[in-house]
Every structure is written in structure tokens, then in C-alpha cells.
Ligand binder design. Sequence first.
Ligand code: ADP
Length: 261
Amino acid sequence: MAPTSASDIPSLNLLYKLKKLDVSRLGPLKGASPVHNDRIGLFRGDITTLSVDAIVNAANTSLLGGGGVDGAIHRAAGKGLLAECRTLGGCPTGSSKITNGYNLPCQKVIHTVGPVYNDSKPAESEAHLRSCYRTSLELAVQNDLKTIAFSAISTGVYGYPSLDAANVACDTVRKYMDGDDGKKLDKVIFVTFEEKDVRAYNSLLPRHFPPSIPASSDQDSITGEQAAEAEAKASQLPDVPTTDPADSEHVPKKQRQSNED
Ligand code: ADP
């Protein structure tokens, strides 16, 4: 299967037009604006298949690989990635570092270290998670990268509740895109993998990036041809893997939890 490029990934505008995102429960929206909807994408599947400028890895403080998405990225990138990661000297929680993509179809990998969710210190976990998204976006802009795809940081073995994590992800990305540096990005893509994160993003994206006009009066704004083209694109997207990567027992991540405390 050929890699999926950023332009193949449906934008929020397109998803609204196709009625793929439920906006029926949207209440009053304060401070949210539709201006970014052509530059926000949503993709369900394996992030290692994306030929974007940068993918964001949910790494650990060692940056030496692990389970989950980290393991999938290192396997697909090959040994060159681990060799470069060894030169970086690790990375603290809430920070990000950048490497080349090696055998991956993306140009660069941004490794960000999400928090192990601590339900007795939710504000601290949130600050770290916000910092992951912000520092990753900053690295993308500093390196002149235009398209960036985020995995759902910390929502796997690090235990951050999916809805809360999606809320932080959407809010941080929206605020960044509101700023001057945000204008330098062509597309920010949220990648979901498990059903719980699909549901979380489906319900929270419309709150942070609402449609510009009510969905009910939106029917005429897309032609049949555009809809057919979009459906064709969607059907070409790779199937979502039904199992996690083979090494997803996360043994290394369990060790790393003690580093975080
Ligand atoms: P963390 O330790 O930060 O929680 P995980 O890798 O365990 O990191 O999970 C982060 C997110 O990545 C989870 O939502 C998980 O479902 C998702 N994920 C796992 N494998 C992939 C993949 N190949 N592509 C995209 N997302 C993935």
C-alpha cells in the first residue's frame, strides 16, 4: 500500500461536509472559530504509513524505543533511527526532540515525552501534555516543516484518559494555530488508532474547530463530484490494524514509569 500523503487525509471542512463528524450536540462555542478547518486533518490508522513532513512519536525519556506507537515507529524506521536517538541524551517529560525519518515515508520524526497520567496531580499531567503538543509544533516550524501528524500522546500505556487528552491536544493545537507561527503550518493531523480515541476526537474536534455554518444548511455546499472524490480518497486509506504491534506488552515503558516519578 502506497503511503498516505497529507493532501489525501480529509480536512475537518471535508468531514463536516460529508457529515462524518457529529455536530448535533454542539452547545454554545466560546472563542472557537472555523478558520483553521482546512488545515486540520483526522486520520485513523498506522502513523508509520503517513508521508507527511513530520510524525510525532509518543516516546519515553530514554528516547531509545519502547512499545506501542514508539515500537511501531522504530521498527518501520530501521536501525538508523535508534542510532540517532542514542546521540540525543534522552528527553525530559513534556519536551520534544527531532530526528530524521530513515525508512519511514515521513521526512522527520518528532519524539515527544508525554506524562504518565497521575490522577492525584491532573494539573501537572495536563501541563506536561500541553507542553508536548506545543514543543512539537515549535520544532516543526523551526525546521520549516509544513505538515505534522500527531499520535494520541500518553493515551496508551501512560494512561491519560482519552477525552481529557483529546481536549488538551485540540486546545493546544488551536491556540498555536491562532498565533503567527501557526500560519506557517499547512496541515496538522490528529491520528487515532484505538476506538476510544476515535470517539474522543470525534466528539471534541467539533468543539474546538466548529463548522463555519450549521451542518443542516451545509448540504448544498459540496457537489456530488466532490463527495464521490472524497469517498474514493477515504476508501483508499489503509485499513486500521486490528491488533497492536507485536511488542505492545510495553515492558520497557513499565520500567520507565519509575523514571517519571
Ligand atoms: P504512551 O506511552 O504515550 O501512552 P502508547 O504508544 O502506548 O504511548 O500510546 C499512544 C497512542 O498511540 C495510543 O493512542 C495508541 O493507541 C496509539 N498507537 C499505537 N500504535 C500506533 C500506530 N502504529 N499508529 C498510530 N497510533 C498508534
